[in-house]
Design a protein around this ligand. Structure first.
Ligand code: SF4
Length: 210
């Protein structure tokens, strides 16, 4: 187990690194259900999904996106579960790997310790990633701010950022969270289903046949 008070030096070896992630307890004191990191990593993956953090259903099963949000995401991707859960095709690395607990309005944000501790090390072991889906405000703030702070600062809302999706492609695609909580957003923003989703499907299919 890791020392809960110190960041770890990530291993250069992927198997060891994944073992370090599995045993991580850096923010254990803040996790109501304890650490259970949920990631899907393989050096061959071309598509990377960076979401927020597991909910209770994902925590209980240990399977990422194994909930209604995942069903909607697979629908956007036009992808069945078999392909989605093939780590050689799809990598899944949320902003926080463990369930963070509940707040006043839904789950708490991903633990802020997690991405700085693990993301760079895991990304460096996935050299074939061509498209990264940034799902929700936390992934977008972390990656788009670092990538282009001037431009990212121009967006006041997630909607504005997603509307300007072509500014980030083909490396990144900012997406709203596919949660049933966002049904109103999907209804109010029909351009998302008619413009962004078709591009996402086409791009994903071309990545998978390579
Ligand atoms: S959320 Fe991340 S940093 Fe915290 S215990 Fe889980 S794997 Fe470790």
């Amino acid at each position: 187990m890791t020392d809960a008070s110190h960041a770890l030096i990530p291993s250069q070896d992927l198997t060891e690194l994944l073992g370090q992630v599995r045993d991580c307890s850096i923010c254990e004191a803040h996790l109501p259900l304890g650490p259970r990191p949920v990631v899907q990593i393989d050096p061959n993956a071309r598509l990377l999904i960076i979401g927020q953090a597991p909910g209770t259903r994902v925590h209980n099963t240990g399977v990422p996106w194994n909930d209604p949000s995942g069903d909607r995401l697979r629908k956007w991707l036009e992808m069945d579960r078999e392909v989605f859960y093939d780590p050689r095709k799809v990598a899944i690395m949320p902003m926080g790997f463990c369930y963070p607990g509940k707040g006043k309005s839904g789950d708490l944000p991903p633990r802020k310790e997690c991405a700085p501790q693990w993301h760079d090390a895991l990304l460096s072991r996935m050299p074939n990633i061509e498209l990264t889906l940034l799902i929700g405000q936390y992934a977008q703030a972390y990656y788009l701010s670092a990538d282009d702070s001037e431009r990212a600062g121009n967006y006041r809302t997630l909607t504005e950022r997603v509307m300007d999706w072509q500014a980030f492609t083909p490396k990144f695609l900012p997406l709203p969270h596919p949660s049933p909580r966002n049904l109103r957003w999907f209804k109010n923003n029909p351009w998302f289903e008619s413009e962004v989703v078709p591009w996402l499907r086409q791009q994903t299919q071309s990545l998978l046949v390579k």
